[in-house]
Design a protein around this ligand. Sequence first.
Ligand code: ATP
Ligand code: MG
Length: 570
Amino acid sequence: MTEQNEAQDSEKTASLNFLENIIEEDIKSGKNNSEVHTRFPPEPNGYLHIGHAKSICLNFGLAKKYSAPCNLRFDDTNPAKEDQEYVDSIKKDVQWLGFQWAGDIKYTSDYFDQLYQWALKLIKEGKAYVDHQTSEQIAEQKGEPTIAGTESPYRNTSVEENLAEFEKMRTGVYPDGACVLRAKIDMASPNMHMRDPIMYRIINKEHHRTGNKWCIYPMYDYAHGQSDYLEGITHSICTLEFEVHRPLYEWFLDQVYSAGHRPRQYEFARLNLSYTVMSKRKLLQLVTEGHVTGWDDPRMPTISGLRRRGYTPESIRRFCETIGVARRENIIDVALLEFSVRDHLNKIAPRVMAVLDPIKVVIDNYPDGKTEYVTIENNPEDLSTGNREVPFGKEVYIERDDFMEDAPKKFFRLRPGSEVRLKGAYIIKAESVVKDADGNITEIHCSYDADSLSGTGSEASMRKVKGTLHWVPVKEAVSAEVRLYDRLFNDEAPDGHKDHDFKEYLNPSSLTVINDAKMEPSIKKFKAGDSMQFQRIGYFCVDPDSTENKMVFNRTVGLKDSWAKEQKKA
Ligand code: ATP
Ligand code: MG
C-alpha cells in the first residue's frame, strides 16, 4: 500500500461510524461470506416516529452503502395491540423517507409454524417447559441480580407432560394467562433475562394476518433472533436497552443454528428529542384522549405528522445523518430538527406573499380602478425558478404590526411620515390613519412615489429606504386558513418528571388558527403537501384539509429559531 493510499484508508476509517467499522471488518474477514443483510423490524402497534426514522436511515442506509438488502419485517407477535392500519402507515412512511425494502415484506407471523416447531424441539430436548404459575409468582421467583432465583415447581416436569401441556396451550384449552412456555436456562444467571425467560404466552385474539389459527404467540426475545436467522440477516441492529438481551438472543440461536448467515445483534443509542415524547404508548394516548387530531397531527413527532407539517424526506434524512449513530445515550435539541427542514426549504420553497394579520393600506394618489402587474422572483436562492407577476392596485393589505403610530427609533417599518418599499413594487409613505370608535386603526392612508417601481432602473426605483414590506392586493386577495403550530410540549423533557404525567406539560397554545389570512393570487396553484415560504414569516405547506373554496396552510417552521428567544423572555 502506498503512503497516500494508507492515508486515504485511515481517513476513511476515521469517518466511519462504529457499525460501519464492524461491517467493514466483517467483510474483510469473510464473515458470513462477506455478505451483509440488515432489517428494520417495527411492531405494527402504532405509527412510526422520528426515532424510528433514525433506525430506518441506519438500517436502510447501511444496506445502500454496502449494496446489500434490507428487509422490512413486521414484528407482529401481539394481536392484542396490532392493526392493519399501522402496517399500511409504516409501509408508506418507509417509502416516503426514500427507502425500498428487499423483496416481499416480511412478517414474523410468517414464521409462526417454524417457531412452533423449534419450540417443540426445545421441549423434547428438555430445554423448555410449560409453567402454570401466575405471572406474579413467576416474577417473584426471578430473584434479584445478586440473588439467585427460585426454580419453578414445573421446571422438572417430564418431556411428555410438557409436550401434552404445550399442545393444550396451542389448541385453546387454556384461557389467557393460565400458563406460559419457558426456556429452561439458568435461574441463577447474573443476567436476569437468562432466568428461564418466557417463550410463548396465550392470547385468545384474532390476528390481523393469521386469523384464529393461533392462540399462542411467541415473545420478542424468542421470535426476533430466530426470524433474523430465517431471513439470513447478518447485522441485527437495535437500541441499547437490548444489550442485556444479547446473551439470550445468542442462546436461542445456538439451539437452532445449523448453516447460513449467523446473525449478530448490535446496539446503538436511541434518538431522544427535547420537547417531545416518543414512546408509541404515549403517542397513542395523545391520539385516543383527543389531545391531538390524530397520528398525523402536525404537532406529533410521527413521520406522518412531520410530513403533514411540511417536513421533507431530505430534511429528515439529513437530520439523522447529522446526529449520527453512537453507543452513548443523549438528548438531541429539537431545534436541530427544525433547522434541518428550514435549511432545506430555504433552498427549494417558492416564495409567496401572505398577510396573516391584515390591515388595509389605501394609496390615495394611485389611480382609481387601475391594476398593474409587478414582477417578483420566485426564489432568490434559486434564480432558475424565474419570476411571477403579482397584481398591484390602489388598496393593499400589510401586516398590522408592520405599522406603528408611535414607533421607537429602531422601527424600520411603516410609521406616520416615513417611507417603506412594498416588495417588488413602489415606495409608499404613510400620511394618515382611520380609526374605529374604539380607537383601533382600520385603514392606513399613504401616498406613493410613481417613479419608484422596482426593477425599472429609474433613479427612484433604486432609492434606498429602510424597510421592505410584503403585501397582498385587496381586490385579488385569496382568503385562507392558516394553522400556526408550536411545540406540543412546553417542557424540555415532558416524560422525565417523577410523579408528574407527561400530559401536564402539554403546551396550551400549540395551535393558533387564523381564519382569514390574505394571500397573493398565485397561491392557488399550490396543492396539498406543497411547501412555500410566506415572505418574512416562515415556511408553510398546504394541508390536505384544503377545499376548492378554502385553502388551509400549516406552518412548518418560522424563518428563525424564535423559540430560544421567546423562552428567555418568558
Ligand atoms: P417505542 O418505544 O416508541 O414504542 P419500539 O421500540 O417499541 O418503539 P418498534 O416498532 O419495536 O418500536 O421499533 C422498531 C425499530 O425501531 C426497533 O429496531 C427499535 O430499536 C427502533 N427504534 C424505536 N425507537 C427508536 C428511537 N427512539 N431511536 C432509534 N431507534 C428506535
Ligand atoms: Mg419494541
